[in-house]
Design a protein around this ligand. Structure first.
Ligand SMILES: Cc1ncc(COP(=O)(O)O)c(C=O)c1O
Length: 394
């Protein structure tokens, strides 16, 4: 089942004053990412044949399955937050300016006597924290909810991290991780924020903006003068969606933003519908194959950015996501093949739902989704669960 909600809080000129959002204004975000060994912008892939079939002018996909060998976009946030954390420690403790080159010199960083980095994760963010901890010579402890598939756990362990499985869902895993981190003095690198914990998630959201800058640069380099009219962003706790909100509301031509969630993990939709403008917990049963989007509560500092800037909130069923994964894998005409995992395909699933589902005709009209539309989607992950991926596409 798919549902949608228009946004009564949408505003033309959002105004966000919380000091955490200054992280978005830092001028070292993209240059930091460029300094990571192996960094390359991920491809922006056009699917003209599918666009024609769906009746839109353009369909472009930012393909994060190619990101730094990790098959997901999460590396952009975790790496920037760890960099900023170490930089802050260095400058406070040693009283001299931190150079990004020091980051990959474990000898230099060992002066700081850091404790392990830790986080709760449904897979991708934890892998990214583990990976960047290894690159910087640090230890990582990663908490995951029970039921996380073997391949995702193995990928985290493959980065040398200690993995702790919690008998509970994602929200319970976050709580347990925060308690244990406090007790052990670990450094929490969480992509969701909660009361009293905001700075690191703000750096993570700021780190994601490199993706949007890469898109703008790729458009300029390929000579495209047209702006995107619609940007679909899949959401779990909403840090990625909030980052898109910040970036695209600061552009001259502001596109329609659409937030996409699983029907059974709909914390943004629940929050928008609740009526007091505050974040609310999901009303679903958390049964979904979209592991990366299976979160019960919006991130505290992400929520205001999303509330003020998204035109539409849409929930989609697992069936639509499977269909979208197969659509990417068996492309239309001469379009390129894209390897898209369960959470990665959610944006295309939403477009398919809007264009095919009769219950959503009104939403499609409200959005002005038509033959003039230029649609941007994010394939936020590749086949991070190869077994399930093979079952679905075969
Ligand atoms: C593949 C994928 N896409 C999207 C998201 C959603 O990101 P956020 O939790 O910031 O909303 C996640 C989160 O883990 C993810 O793993």
């Amino acid at each position: 089942m798919c549902q949608c909600s228009r946004n009564p809080y949408l505003t033309d000129s959002p105004f966000w004053i919380q000091q955490e959002y200054r992280a978005f204004e830092c001028d070292d975000i993209q240059s930091f990412h460029r300094s990571i060994p192996g960094y390359q912008p991920t491809p922006l892939v056009r699917l003209p044949a599918l666009a024609e079939r769906l009746g839109v002018a353009e369909l472009s996909i930012k393909d994060e399955s190619h990101r730094l060998g990790l098959k997901a976009f999460k590396a952009m946030g975790a790496s920037y937050a760890i960099y900023r954390f170490i930089k802050q420690r260095w400058e406070r403790q040693l009283g001299v300016q931190f150079e990004a080159a020091n980051l990959f010199d474990p000898g230099a960083i060992s002066q700081l006597d850091l404790r392990p980095f830790c986080t709760a994760t449904d897979g991708n963010h934890g892998r990214a924290v583990a990976w960047f901890s290894r690159l910087t010579g640090q230890r990582a402890v990663i908490y995951i909810p029970t039921g996380t598939v073997r391949a995702r756990i193995d990928n985290i362990r493959g980065e040398g991290a200690q993995v702790t499985v919690i008998d509970g869902d994602y929200d319970e895993t976050v709580r347990r991780m925060a308690t244990d981190a406090e007790r052990n003095g670990w450094h929490v690198i969480s992509d969701t924020s909660y009361p009293g914990y905001t700075q690191i998630p703000a750096w993570i959201m700021a780190g994601y903006t490199t993706m949007f800058r890469e898109i703008t640069e790729a458009r300029l380099m390929s000579g495209h003068r047209h702006h995107f009219t619609h940007v679909f962003v899949q959401a779990g706790v909403g840090s990625f969606a909030a980052s898109a909100a910040w970036y695209y509301t600061h552009q001259d031509c502001r596109p329609n933003l659409v937030a996409v969630e699983p029907t059974q993990a709909d914390c943004l939709m629940a929050s928008i519908r609740h009526g007091d403008g505050q974040p609310q917990v999901s009303r679903g049963n958390s049964q979904t194959i979209m592991a990366g989007l299976n979160c019960g509560t919006p991130s505290l500092i992400a929520w205001p950015l999303i509330r003020d800037s998204y035109s539409l909130f849409l929930t989609i069923s697992d069936d639509y996501v499977k269909k979208a994964m197969r659509q990417y894998y068996y492309p239309e005409g001469a379009d390129s093949r894209i390897i898209s995992g369960e959470s990665g395909a959610a944006g295309l699933a939403a477009v398919l739902a809007l264009l095919e589902n009769k219950n959503l005709i009104r939403a499609k009209q409200d959005l002005n989704l038509n033959s003039d539309s230029r649609v941007l989607l994010f394939n936020t992950e590749g086949d991070t669960d190869p077994e399930n991926f093979a079952t679905i596409v075969n």
